[in-house]
Design a protein around this ligand. Structure first.
Ligand SMILES: Nc1ncnc2c1ncn2[C@@H]1O[C@H](COP(=O)(O)OP(=O)(O)OP(=O)(O)O)[C@@H](O)[C@H]1O
Length: 489
């Protein structure tokens, strides 16, 4: 058998011939072909041979996927800090505003750090990379590379990725802090901040029936995933909160976020350039979240009747032709409706959309239709029940001899919960705070009565003036007709 093996000298001479041949081919290619083409051919040969002989396979998971954020990237961002072990050589650590600084800091993934994971007998290695854009308005591109053995590729796709998504969801639902996001137009991304609002349904001064109704509505929304699927509707719910300033619309949003454990995306229309920008902004929000648009009546293009908007748009289009860089089309009502109720509404699941306004009457009826805004909640002036809730929260007071008097005054004076709360904060001493509230209510009542008297006097004066003007007009007409008569005769 040994006889069949080639001798060492034969192997060496074969190697020398192959090397000489390779050198010759390379020289011929260099001589005959342009340099770029030669490089291309060599890089192709290298890629082919390295891919063929390497046993590794790499998944690339970018932070963006199509028009929105890549949910797998987010899941990896949440999951990986929990498995960083001694094999990693660095770790990103820090505290956010809600953290207790006496506890260990929170972990995150540093760029270029290698993180090893074992799953179901597979050996996996993660690396986070970041590419800074050349143009300032293009957001930074970040991506994870996940390397596994080629033969495990299928199992990673079928089992490991779903496992990461599920684990991330479980971590999120247990995490103690919520986030509130605002859209940063310059970086084209949602900027997170820790959301730590103390408002809960328990602290809200509202009619108990209304409170119970909202809580039940939210519960049934979460439980009806299958119902939404069966009837072919996007799994979302729209709430319109309307009423005078200071009646607790924002506090109710915070209470809903705390109750549902949903993050809040606070969208200001001014930070969105146009409808296509809006689509990109909205599709990059996550599931199980609240999209909040406050004071929607303040956005003229969104609140006005669509026909008027169309006319305005046509005018603006003409303007644009005249001044191509001078006008900004902004977000239109149709753009918003398309996302809430149109084809784009199916992007994402378990979403709550909340609009707040002080002037419901200014909104386009199309916006208020069921399916868009499913529940309309009026946040009104403070009621005796509301006052008692505030007294319990601010003064830890369940009853007091002054309560009856305050109840009577609150029934006859329009006062907002914010105004009542302001007075109750004046002192820790319940008596001082309640007396201050009584004084405030008295002053307000007097102001209202005086304003009513003034208003009446004003309208009387106006009436009198208009009567006088009418008499004057009649007299002058009479004189004129007489003059004309004289002239004619
Ligand atoms: N119903 C309420 N229950 C408890 N606190 C309230 C209520 N309404 C108002 N407040 C208190 O008043 C403050 C202002 O209220 P909030 O911002 O929620 O009112 P709003 O209706 O959203 O006002 P705006 O229309 O001006 O945005 C809150 O921080 C809260 O302390």
């Amino acid at each position: 058998m040994l006889k069949e093996l080639p001798s060492l000298s034969t192997i060496l001479s074969a190697y020398a011939s192959i090397s000489a041949m390779a050198m010759l081919i390379r020289t011929i290619l260099n001589e005959m072909l342009p340099e770029r083409m030669t490089n291309y051919i060599f890089s192709m040969i290298y890629d082919f041979t390295s891919a063929y002989f390497s046993s590794d396979f790499t998944f690339i998971i970018e932070n963006r996927w199509h028009a929105g954020d890549n949910q797998l990237f987010r899941a990896a961002e949440i999951y990986l800090p929990t498995i960083i072990g001694p094999s990693s050589d660095s770790l990103l650590v820090g505290f956010d505003e809600s953290s207790d600084p006496t506890t260990p800091p929170k972990r995150s993934i540093p760029v270029d750090c290698r993180i090893k994971d074992d799953f179901d007998g597979m050996r996996l290695e993660w690396t986070l990379s970041s590419i800074e854009p050349k143009k300032y308005y293009v957001p930074t591109k970040r991506f994870f590379s996940l390397t596994c053995n080629k033969r495990d590729r299928e199992r990673v796709e079928q089992r490991y990725f779903p496992f990461i998504n599920k684990t991330a969801q479980a971590i999120l639902s247990k995490s103690e802090s919520l986030n509130i996001y605002t859209y940063d137009q310059d970086c084209s991304m949602w900027e997170p901040a820790v959301f730590k609002h103390p408002a809960t349904f328990d602290t809200l001064a509202m009619e108990p029936d209304l409170k119970e109704f909202i809580m039940k509505d939210l519960d049934s929304f979460v439980e009806r995933k299958e119902f939404f699927e069966n009837v072919g509707r996007a799994w979302k719910r729209g709430y319109l909160l309307y009423g005078p300033p200071g009646t607790g619309k924002s506090s109710l949003v915070a209470a809903i976020a705390n109750y549902m454990r949903y993050n809040v995306y606070d969208l200001q229309f001014q930070s969105v350039r146009n409808d296509s920008d809006l689509r990109r902004v909205l599709t990059s929000t996550t599931n199980r979240s609240i999209l909040l648009i406050e004071d929607i009546d303040c956005s003229t293009k969104v609140t006005h009747d669509r026909t008027k908007v169309k006319e305005n748009c046509e005018e603006e289009e003409n303007d644009e032709l005249k001044h191509p860089y001078g006008t900004d089309p902004g977000v239109t009502l149709s753009g918003l409706l398309n996302f809430i109720d149109g084809l784009w509404s199916s992007c994402g699941n378990e979403r709550i959309i909340i609009f707040t306004t002080n002037h419901k009457e200014k909104l386009d009826p199309a916006l208020l239709r069921p399916g868009r805004m499913d529940v309309h909640i009026y946040m009104g002036y403070c009621s005796p029940a509301g006052f008692r809730k505030l007294a319990a929260s601010y003064l830890e007071l369940k009853d007091d001899k002054l309560f009856g008097r305050i109840d009577d005054m609150i029934k006859s004076v329009e006062v907002t919960p914010a105004e009542v709360a302001q007075q109750l904060m004046i002192s820790n001493e319940p008596k001082v705070a309640l007396e201050s509230l009584i004084e405030f209510l008295n002053t307000k009542k007097k102001d209202i009565e005086e304003a009513a008297v003034e208003e009446k006097e004003k309208s009387n004066n106006e009436e009198q003036e208009s009567e006088e003007k009418q008499i004057e007009r009649q007299n002058s007409e009479f004189v004129e007709s007489e003059t004309r008569c004289i002239y004619l005769t």
